[in-house]
Design a protein around this ligand. Structure first.
Ligand code: TYD
Ligand code: MG
Length: 457
């Protein structure tokens, strides 16, 4: 019989190769390739298949009654909003984010609030000494909260400790990259360690009914460090985002087995911890008393939540033939190039010999395609040095043909703008029948918008 070929399987993405490599060629993860025993197919096995000999699995109706999972509010409304109503019993949540963004602060605040509300909460820090955590809690005014605190990195020690007696209602592990399972070789933070540690902790949570929260670090390219499988293993993945140089933080659900992923929580990092921001628009709108050229207010939508942000454009004419710069902060640079091309090709405006800068105020990152029209208006205003009225908001999607397309949730956007004192909206022509308490000017094409802003017809 021929000697069975060796098989090497990437533990992160599952790709199979015939030799060992340090880095997986498919998912680019390091040290994830392990030798697996080849499946030996005996003549007996070949004759039999998996279509018999097993136990019958109960098949149920899809419409059977399902009890909703019990939710435990964290006491922080913005966190609960992102979670879809609070932590869920016997579930695992992963919170990812850049170092220093405020993950530990948020979870300490949540842990303390829940403990003060009577829940049994355990907080295990693998990164900070217990005293450091205690000091921070004191600084946050939460030093009195009855949280069970430990500084540990051995999963065996943690589970041995928590396994005796009543399991905690909430268990925070900060962070999963510092945890170590002695069943597996390798240093903490390696793919296999992260996975093995998470697996044990999640099993504990599911068996004992604990709501488990894992903190995960984020790598330079923005994914949660460790294997992608970590995201598959947990029930909920939250991402904590923001610019460290700015105050505001957004908590976004990326995956949620118990609810939607379109809600966000908004916080401001202050000297006394993370404060909830129930009116995000106030955070991103700069003081606007007089009109400034190149500035347009855009009612963005985060999930179902409108957030008014200010888009600023600056166009600088170059005398020489130097290559002009295009710099974008808070928006997609490819999308800016597209809007510039549309303005050049469809409206005859020339930006080719000018430097173009685009900035979204407050360190906010716009992902909503409805920003196209607002960006176009800001660029036209900056180029022509004519301000857009200060009491106007602008939204709509721009097609390559120069048409202005309708966008979702126009009424929500306009209602928020009206609430904050805006009087008019520049919108796609197809949306002028929407009611939102604003005077509406509709545009079917970008050319119409340019004419309007330049006072032509
Ligand atoms: P931290 O929660 O330690 O971040 P992470 O766990 O995501 O790495 O937050 C650290 C930053 O937050 C730190 O740079 C200081 C700042 N901070 C405040 O501004 N105010 C506060 O009350 C606290 C606790 C932290
Ligand atoms: Mg931390």
């Amino acid at each position: 019989m021929a000697k069975p070929q060796k098989r090497y399987v990437c533990q992160s993405c599952g790709s199979v190769s015939s030799r060992w490599q340090g880095q997986c060629v498919d998912c680019s993860e390091w040290n994830t390739i392990l030798e697996e025993a080849p499946a030996i197919v005996t003549p007996f096995q070949a004759k039999h298949n998996l279509q018999g000999g097993g136990r019958a699995v109960a098949m149920m109706a899809l419409d059977a009654e399902v009890p909703l999972p019990a939710r435990m509010p964290s006491g922080i409304a913005e966190l609960d909003r992102a979670l879809g109503g609070g932590f869920v019993e016997a579930s695992a949540t992963l919170i990812g984010g850049d170092p220093g963004i405020g993950k530990s602060t948020l979870l300490l605040q949540a842990a303390a609030r829940m403990a003060l509300g009577g829940a049994d909460v355990a907080y295990v820090s693998g990164e900070e000494a217990a005293d450091q955590v205690r000091l921070r809690a004191r600084r946050l005014g939460l030093g009195e909260a009855p949280v069970r605190l430990a500084s540990a990195t051995s999963v065996r020690d943690i589970l041995t400790t928590l396994g005796t007696g009543k399991p905690p209602t909430l268990l925070v592990i900060d962070s999963i990259q510092t945890m170590h399972s002695d069943l597996i070789e390798g240093a903490p933070g390696t793919v296999s360690q992260v996975r093995a540690s998470a697996q044990e902790l999640i099993r504990f949570a599911k068996e004992r009914g604990t709501a488990l929260v894992l903190v995960g670090h984020v790598t330079k390219d923005g994914t949660i460090a460790g294997p992608r499988v970590l995201e598959h293993m947990v029930d909920t993945v939250l991402s904590f985002e923001g610019e460290r140089s700015h105050q505001y933080r957004i908590l976004r659900a990326i995956k949620n087995r118990f609810g939607g992923t379109d809600e966000i929580g908004v916080f401001a990092m202050q000297s006394e911890g993370l404060a909830e921001v129930s009116n995000p628009s106030s955070l991103f709108l700069t003081q606007r008393d007089e009109s400034v050229t190149g500035t347009v207010v855009f009612p963005a939508l985060e999930g179902t939540r409108p957030v008014l942000v200010e888009i600023q454009a600056l166009v600088v004419r170059l005398a020489s033939g130097a290559t002009p710069r295009r710099a974008v902060v808070g928006w997609d640079s490819g999308r800016l190039a597209m809007i510039l091309a549309v303005l050049e090709a469809r409206c005859g405006l020339s930006f080719s010999s000018a430097e173009v800068y685009l900035n979204v105020a407050g360190g906010y990152r716009v992902q909503d395609p409805a920003a196209d029209l607002a960006v176009a208006a800001a660029l036209v205003s900056a180029l022509s040095e004519r301000p857009v009225p200060t009491d106007a908001v602008t939204f709509g999607e721009v097609a390559l043909s120069g048409e202005v397309r309708s966008v979702a949730h126009a009424a929500l956007r306009m209602k928020e703008a009206a609430k904050l004192g805006f009087g008019q909206a520049l919108v796609p022509a197809a949306m002028t029948s929407e009611k939102g308490g604003l005077r509406l000017a509709g545009f079917s094409t970008v050319v119409r918008l340019v004419d309007h802003l330049l006072g032509r017809g």
